[in-house]
Every structure is written in structure tokens, then in C-alpha cells.
Design a protein around this ligand. Structure first.
Ligand SMILES: [Zn+2]
Length: 295
């Protein structure tokens, strides 16, 4: 028997090492802690498990858009409170708080830009603004973006990230589903391409309308995509466990609701290739597009 026996495995220390906030980020999936700058270089993808961490609309702009080409649209359109809604808190207070947290006036940032040199009308949702929920102003901004895409003959790309329709606006929120879908129909009639990019999470009225109406539907790895949330479904099934991968992008792809799961690092090249293949004439006039080739 040895003279000294270690009672516990591992070396314990009483010194508490505080990690300064804003310098390191911990992965929610594997627990790996990574230096912020390293994560930024890796498009906020965990280097250990490839988990795609949440990104703000500003970071998606940096990731997707050709440098200096973005021109914001409709920044003046802001959320209204048509029902003077109040639950535990006033809706107007939630709006104020979300504006501070997200530096946005609504749950979507819209504008025109170039991606891989192609002209695009781009909308990016952001869950920091009331869970990326779709209110009247969100719908109006998307509608105006579609109208601009038709006028300029641009490809439309919507980066979806939403908890669904915004309950504080009730029917004013729900009617946006029909309004946006009708305008997407006009975009299709104009022969223009619409690509939707589903990020984590994409739920509710957004899934039930424009998120699933893309000519091509891409999704980020691991994104949760569905209508009702997992906890609601579990509750409805009397607490029954849901199968592995339920509502996760790779599983949704297997069931045919998504065309391709694309990692962030490959998103720009994938979008550029799709536009080059499916919308090569987007900038030319409608007459030129519809003209039959001389035989
Ligand atoms: Zn990880």
C-alpha cells in the first residue's frame, strides 16, 4: 500500500478563474469555450462540434454580402401597437427593450446588395427582436422588399429566424402571411428566383408561409425547423419523448421539406452558384427573358 492515497481523482484548486465577458463564448452543444476572434473567423461555428451558434443580422450581413454593397431599405418602418396590447407587460415596453438589445427597429433588416457579384434583394430576421416574431411592420418590410426585387429584377433571399407570428398583434400579424405569399406569387410570375435560408429557429407562421415558399430552400446545419415548438408537441402527446433529430434541419431534409443543408462557410458560394444557374438573366428586361431563343 502506498504511503499517500489520493481521495479524489483530478487536481482541485480553490482559485476561481473568472472569464471576462465578451471575450470567450461557450458552445451550447459540446461546452467548448472558444476565443471570440477565433469564432468570428470561423463564422460563429464551434471548431469542436461544428454547431452553428446564433448570429445577429449584422454578422449575417458580414458573412453574405459583397463588401460595401448593402443599401438598407425602409428603416423608417417601425412596429405599431394597434391593439394597445398588454399581458404581464405592455407590448410597447417589450418593443423598447428589443430595440435596445438588437439595435433594430423591427425583427427584420432589409435592403438591396450584391452577393458573389449578383444583384439581390435581401432580408435578414433576428431573434433578438421579440424572438424574431412576425408583426405588421415585419410583413410590410418584406412586402416592400419583394416589390423592389420585382422592379429591379433581383433575386430575393430571405434569411429566416423566427418564433412565428407575433401574438401581441393578433390578426394584424397573421394577415402578413397571406400578404407576403401573394407578393411572392407575383415575384414568381415575373420569372424571378426566391431562395429562403432557414436558420435556428424557424417556426410558426413564418414556416407556414414565406420560409417554405422558396424556389430553393436551404437550411443551416442543426437549425430547428417546424410549426409548433417541440415542448408544445411533447405536451400535446402527454409528455411522450420525441425521436432523435425531431425538427432538426438534417432530418427535415430527409423528409423532403428542405433542398439542402449548407454550412455557413459554404453559404455564399452556394447562393452564388444557384443564382448563376437559376437566374442568369435576372438583371435583363422581362422582354429579353421571355424572348424565345432563335433556332
Ligand atoms: Zn461545440
Amino acid at each position: 500500500m502506498s504511503w499517500f492515497e489520493r481521495m479524489k481523482s483530478g487536481i482541485l484548486t480553490r482559485i476561481r478563474r473568472d472569464i471576462p465577458e465578451g471575450i470567450w463564448t461557450k458552445c451550447g452543444q459540446c461546452g467548448e469555450t472558444t476565443y471570440h476572434n477565433a469564432l468570428a473567423r470561423n463564422h460563429w461555428v464551434c471548431p469542436r462540434c461544428d454547431s452553428h451558434l446564433p448570429m445577429s443580422h449584422q454578422k449575417y450581413l458580414e458573412l453574405l454580402v459583397d463588401t460595401g454593397s448593402f443599401e438598407e431599405m425602409d428603416a423608417h418602418i417601425v412596429t405599431a401597437d394597434p391593439l394597445k396590447f398588454r399581458d404581464r407587460r405592455r407590448y410597447t415596453d417589450r418593443i423598447k427593450e428589443s430595440r435596445r438589445a438588437s439595435q433594430m427597429k423591427e425583427a427584420i433588416h432589409t435592403g438591396v446588395c450584391r452577393i458573389g457579384g449578383h444583384p439581390v434583394a435581401l432580408g435578414i430576421m433576428d431573434t433578438r427582436f421579440i424572438l424574431g416574431s412576425m408583426g405588421g411592420a415585419t410583413g410590410e418590410k418584406i412586402t416592400r422588399l419583394i416589390i423592389r426585387a420585382i422592379a429591379d429584377r433581383r433575386t430575393l433571399i430571405l434569411v429566416c429566424q423566427s418564433g412565428g407570428a407575433r401574438m401581441q398583434e393578433s390578426a394584424f400579424s397573421l394577415m402578413q402571411m397571406a400578404k407576403i405569399s401573394a407578393h411572392l406569387h407575383q415575384l414568381a410570375n415575373a420569372g424571378l428566383l426566391y431562395i429562403s435560408v432557414l436558420t435556428d429557429p424557424t417556426y410558426g407562421g413564418v414556416t407556414a408561409s414565406f420560409a417554405m415558399l422558396g424556389d430553393v430552400i436551404l437550411a443551416e446545419p442543426g437549425a430547428r425547423i417546424g410549426f409548433a415548438g417541440q415542448s408544445v408537441i411533447k405536451q400535446f402527446l402527454g409528455g411522450e419523448e420525441l425521436p432523435d433529430g425531431f425538427q432538426i434541419a438534417e432530418n427535415v431534409l430527409r423528409h423532403g421539406f428542405v433542398d439542402r443543408v449548407v454550412a455557413r462557410g459554404e453559404m455564399v458560394s452556394t447562393l452564388s452558384r444557384l443564382i448563376a444557374l437559376l437566374a442568369p438573366d435576372a438583371e435583363s428586361s422581362p422582354g429579353e427573358v421571355l424572348a424565345a431563343p432563335a433556332s
